[in-house]
Design a protein around this ligand. Sequence first.
Ligand SMILES: [Zn+2]
Length: 518
Amino acid sequence: MQQALRFSAVVPAGFIVEGATFDDAAAAITVRHTSRAGACPRCGWSSGRVHSRYRRHLLDLPLGGKPVRLVVVARRFRCDAVLCGQRIFTERFDEDVLGPRARRTARLEQIVYHLGLALGGRPAANVARRLMLPISNDTLLRAVRRHCSPRFVPPTIVGIDDWAWRRNQRYGTIICDLERRRTIALLPDREPATAQAWFADQPQIVTVARDRDGCYALAASKALPKAVQVADRWHLMENASHAFLDAVRKSMGKIRRVIGAATIDPKLLSAAEHLQFEAYLRREEINTVVQAMAKEGIKIKEIVRRTGHSRGLIRKVVRGQRSDVFRIRQSSLEVHLQWLDEQWAAGQRNAAALWRRLKVQGFRGSLRVVSEWATRRRKAEKVDGGNLTRAPSARTIARLLTFGRDSLTKSETVTVAAIESGVPLLIEARQLIADFQSMIRTKSLASLEPWLERAKSSLVVSFANGVVKDLDAVRAAIISPWSNGQTEGQITKLKLVKRQMYGRGKIDLLQARVIGAA
Ligand SMILES: [Zn+2]
């Protein structure tokens, strides 16, 4: 025999239903507690003498798609204990069912808390509305704050890093328990003193993984002098790459010189440029001959006599003022180049049509100038935009030099080959950086000392000096299984939570949501 649904089955345990009303908007259920007596909160005396009754209005779980208002008829009791100063006390209920001053039943409060924790104020309020729980976003956030006590198991291995409250303006500090894979503290700033104070309360910590800018290193070594510090491997790799970029920047002068002469592919040149290029080669030849003579100690006057060139020119060459780079001249087109480029990009590639329109704009040159320009553009596009005159940026060169040879285009290969033969110091630097990174990847600590020795007289010496300054932490980074990579992951989570809070990210609330959620 099936049992009929009774109201007492839907209200919290320990209450019996006195009455219920349903209308279109909501349900109201009036209940009272089953116990006959109440315990005085001051002395514990159990009293059954009722002084008066009053009604508490509470929100409970929705029922049949409608919000439920629970009206609890509560009693006031008299305390008869002679020595208790409390004459009258109000009825208390089990905290798991109904808190003393709660406005919601405990079972609803749990849902409110978890909604707020998972979604943050406003999104949680939206979901709550659909669940027929009329609760504002402030209420949700208050519930999160109220229930979260950021307690944690004392950690032994932590990661510490900074995170942006607001990019470039305000930073906080995040501390993670790397063993339990969870965030355990958010500090309101990234001052060494703040981190130091936190560390000082956790003397059991044995390992601190941190990034390489000295502030957390300082805090950890002051508060936890015996703890091992681990430099962040990802930052080490990145700093190494950056050191190579710096080396390229330092060598840009040399690079320009070697690829200025080397990237000229005579096949790419137009007829007129061919003539210019040959003239350039002749100039270079004269330069070499004249400089050779000057080196032998032959006087300028004698060089002038032997070569037939002017005194002024010979003097320039001897002083090294004529080591030029081949450039294509585009004198008459120069002012129209931007317009031409736009037309070209828009698909206007007929030289004759372009020339006619240029004439209207006041261009005086012949059709041939324009058609040679068009030919060069077409050829350059075929060979991957082959930059005939401009050296690529330092960043591009660094990338080309570190890429796999197979993934380079034809013209890139020419550039790389020219640099490799012309700037050997840079190639040495590249090898050093590659060795450093592979040392980190393969955890081969033994290679560190010889590496530092080799790097001393190289282009990446300042990076090597940085490593020496932080040597213990770098050593630990090579061999330790712990890394700050995990902390970075936690920061991503933190940012997500922070964004959900629409700028209401006070640190206690953020802490409650990030740490409570774990
Ligand atoms: Zn009492």
